[in-house]
Design a protein around this ligand. Structure first.
Ligand SMILES: Nc1nc2c(c(=O)[nH]1)N[C@H]1C(S)=C(S)[C@@H](COP(=O)(O)OP(=O)(O)OC[C@H]3O[C@@H](n4cnc5c(=O)[nH]c(N)nc54)[C@H](O)[C@@H]3O)O[C@H]1N2
Ligand SMILES: Nc1nc2c(c(=O)[nH]1)N[C@H]1C(S)=C(S)[C@@H](COP(=O)(O)OP(=O)(O)OC[C@H]3O[C@@H](n4cnc5c(=O)[nH]c(N)nc54)[C@H](O)[C@@H]3O)O[C@H]1N2
Ligand code: SF4
Ligand SMILES: [Mo]
Length: 702
């Protein structure tokens, strides 16, 4: 190492995997970014996106000072002016149209920034609006609703104990590319290989032969949105074979008989044709899972962002429970994080599911939010309670939410919009004021959420590598300044570090000396041990029981049962079913402004099976039209037998070709937005989650 070169250790904040990084730097410049082999959790794993963190730091397109839209274009204004104007405009709208006329949309990076997580409550309290939305309802909402009703807390999430299991059943997730979600497990590929090396099995259920499917022991194609049927038939088989084994949780389980009754209509023979999986395979899967030394079913985006996302996540838990694999090593387990979001949550206080219905379409409110699928109509539909102003915080819903074009039209109707973001992009271009935040290497980091989904217990704090410049503000500073400007309250000086330290000291490792100072002394992070059975102590239901059969799930079964008789696609006009996919070299909509990540061949293609391509006369590489009820996009076709016939796949997070945006690198490989053809009317009616998967589309040559 040459003189003056230092190594900084931190956790990557891009995705959920919590990879430890070792960053060599000198004189304010990054020399290299590698996996930190001494990080006890990630053990040196990284993906190609980690290296791009330096690009966002140096990115010339990134905004640094507040911008105000004027008739002559964007004008730089001072922070003081920005905060005063934003507060007075928001209060003005509320004074005229009521407190709920200001909407807020939170995007995914909020979950990767502890300053946002800890300061947002102050901002919300100051604003006093119930019109809140987030990307959670285009993502993992069904997981939270299932935990809320079964375990008493939406944040009490079962996580696959991937490092000890003997049988991993993956439904609708592609962790080899996504690096795991609601399963924080840096280096998933190695962990999946290790299951097979120790004589265990990995089975993937997916309409596409994914990267994960290729690495698994076995893969079954399934028709989109039929996973709940498969799960019911597996649970049926467990009862049929007398294989129910509740293990140590037996005294805590309520509702076993109701489950047995509920699954009695769903024998494997009944669902085989509909799912596309043979009855004997379904039986074998269920029996193998029930008789494995330990086993766990893990279902994710493919099983959540679909019309039966709520049922899928409930039934995933039920399957893990009835096979004796809940809260047990090798099964679905519960992390005990050092900063515990459930620390002060009393028993018997479930979240406010359905306390309100959305104004226009009556979708359920959950955890103080309405589903994002209803945001555009709540802005565009006049009447009492209409949203007239919007705050977006680290979100790009024009590209990320269903029918983004319709949302863009709605944004144009707003009286006022403000965005806290790092770019002038497809969403923030509609704002009147953009408040740019620091990001990545300029920010301190601690994972308050992903430690709660991690496959072992760990804690790690990363200070900023580079000090932000004087003109810049952190997200949390912006949120706090807005809260103070809205209320006129004085600043009491609270920082996210103060709140983090308090939580660490009050948490379950506090007595053993856990604190922010201790984490500062351990820059690689501290391992706190493997997951342990702990559910009985962590349960938050009023009676301390696990509710296996909450009524609202039983009531949703007839809606699912009706699909058994339906053909795979019931739309003559739109005969294909579209699903999404993720790409290793991009994260959602925002990482594409790194040149090293968007080099090479266009990855944003429509994949379709050769049988389908031939039937409609499409050749590989051709630009084709994809049409749905909501719109049309044009995209390059990639013919591949990885897709089930009748199903087509398009990546999410693309479409950086809009005028008036300034992500110039991203524009060199723009791709197209899948959400130009997704449909906000397609939701899981139980949770309100967006049903991206299975969108009916038509494909044709241009
Ligand atoms: N069709 C389809 N749509 C999908 C999905 C899908 O699979 N298919 N996936 C869904 C999922 S899982 C998700 S999570 C959502 C994501 O939806 P969003 O959260 O709306 O989208 P992101 O691309 O994560 O947007 C991040 C925004 O934050 C900004 N940003 C990045 N870092 C920072 C920061 O440090 N501070 C601030 N203030 N801003 C920052 C970026 O510039 C960008 O504008 O998309 C959903 N949409
Ligand atoms: N590289 C990269 N990593 C990421 C992200 C990224 O954009 N890029 N985004 C991050 C975010 S925000 C999230 S939420 C996670 C998501 O992490 P994952 O859940 O692993 O995400 P996907 O890769 O979208 O996997 C969904 C899978 O479901 C399949 N599928 C679609 N419809 C169905 C269906 O009806 N049934 C079944 N069984 N399968 C179906 C798809 O083919 C796909 O393989 O990834 C995170 N990690
Ligand atoms: S897998 Fe996720 S956390 Fe790890 S380096 Fe890649 S983007 Fe960062
Ligand atoms: Mo997500």
């Amino acid at each position: 190492m040459s003189s003056g070169t230092e190594t900084h250790y931190r956790t990557c904040n891009i995705c959920e995997a919590m990879c430890g990084l070792a960053i060599e730097h000198r004189d304010g410049q990054v020399l290299s970014i590698r996996g930190d082999k001494d990080d006890p959790f990630s053990k040196g794993h990284v993906c190609p996106k980690a290296v791009a963190l330096q690009d966002y730091y140096t990115d010339e397109d990134r905004l640094k000072t507040p911008l105000k839209k004027t008739s002559d274009g964007w004008e730089s204004i001072s922070w003081e002016q920005a905060f005063t104007e934003v507060a007075s405009r928001l209060r003005g709208v509320q004074a005229e149209h009521g407190p709920n006329s200001v909407g807020v949309y939170l995007g995914n990076p909020n979950a990767h920034n502890f300053g946002n997580a800890l300061l947002l409550p102050f901002f919300f309290k100051a604003l006093g609006s119930q019109s809140r939305f987030s990307s959670a309802s285009a993502d993992q909402l069904p997981h939270h609703v299932a935990s809320n009703f079964m375990l008493g807390a939406g944040m009490l999430i079962p996580v696959p104990d991937i490092d000890r299991t003997h049988f991993l059943l993956i439904i609708g997730a592609n962790p080899l590319v996504s690096n795991g979600s609601m399963m924080t497990a840096a280096g998933v590929a190695k962990r999946i290989q290790a299951i097979q090396d120790r004589g265990g099995r990995v089975v993937v259920i997916d309409p596409r032969r994914t990267e994960t499917a290729r690495a698994a022991t076995e893969h079954f194609f399934i028709r989109p949105e039929r996973d709940a049927l498969l799960l019911l038939a597996m649970i049926y088989t467990v009862f049929e074979g007398g294989l129910v084994d509740l293990g140590h949780l037996a005294p805590l389980i309520e509702g076993l008989e109701e489950i047995q009754r509920a699954v009695s209509d769903f024998a494997p023979e009944v669902v085989a044709e509909s799912t596309g999986i043979a009855a004997r395979d379904i039986r074998r899967l269920a029996i193998d899972m029930a008789s494995a030394d330990s086993a766990v079913c893990y279902s994710r985006m493919g099983a959540s962002t679909q019309s039966f996302g709520g049922l899928c996540q409930w039934l995933t838990n039920v399957l893990n429970i009835v096979t004796g694999n809940f809260d047990r090593p090798g099964g679905a387990m519960f992390p005990e994080p050092a900063f515990d979001l459930l620390q002060n949550k009393p028993r018997g206080k479930r979240s406010s599911y359905g306390r309100f219905q959305s104004r226009v379409r009556g979708l359920p409110y959950y955890n103080s939010e309405f589903p994002v699928s209803t945001m555009a109509e709540e802005i565009a539909t006049s009447g009492e309670g209409q949203i007239k102003a919007l705050v977006t915080i680290a979100g790009n819903p024009v590209l990320s939410s269903p029918d983004g074009n319709r949302l863009a039209e709605a944004l144009e109707q707003l009286e006022f919009m403000v965005s806290v973001d790092i770019y002038l992009n497809e969403t923030t271009k509609y704002a009147d004021i953009i408040l740019p935040a620091t990001t990545g290497l300029e920010v301190a980091h601690y994972d308050v959420f992903f430690n709660a989904f991690a496959v072992s217990n760990n804690a790690k704090y990363s200070p900023p590598l580079f000090e932000k410049s004087k003109e810049q503000r952190h997200d949390w500073e912006i949120l706090k300044a807005l809260a103070l400007a809205l209320t006129g309250a004085p600043d009491d000086g609270t920082t996210p570090e103060d709140l983090l330290d308090l939580g660490l000291r009050q948490g379950q490792y506090g007595e053993q000396g856990m604190s922010l100072q201790k984490l500062r002394q351990n820059p690689h992070g501290i391992h706190l041990g493997p997951l342990r059975p702990c559910l009985e102590a962590r349960l938050k239901t009023a009676d301390g029981k696990i509710q296996l059969a909450p009524q609202l799930y039983l009531d949703d079964l007839p809606r699912l049962r009706r699909t058994i008789a339906e053909a795979p696609s019931t739309h003559e006009e739109y005969p294909f079913q579209m699903i999404g996919r993720r790409l290793l070299r991009s994260h959602n909509t925002w990482t594409q402004n790194s040149r090293r990540l968007v080099r090479g061949k266009n990855p944003c293609t429509l994949q379709l099976n050769p049988i389908d391509a031939e039937a409609i006369g499409i050749v590989n590489g051709e630009i084709v039209s994809v049409r749905s009820r909501t719109g049309e996009i044009q995209i390059e076709a990639e013919v591949s037998d990885d897709l089930l016939p009748g199903v087509v796949s398009i990546p999410q997070g693309w479409g950086h070709n809009q005028p008036d945006t300034n992500m110039n690198v991203a524009a060199s490989q723009p791709g197209v937005s899948i959400n130009g053809v997704t449909d906000p009317l397609r939701v899981d009616l139980l949770t309100g989650n967006a049903a991206f998967n299975g969108t009916p589309v038509a494909i044709s040559s241009l």
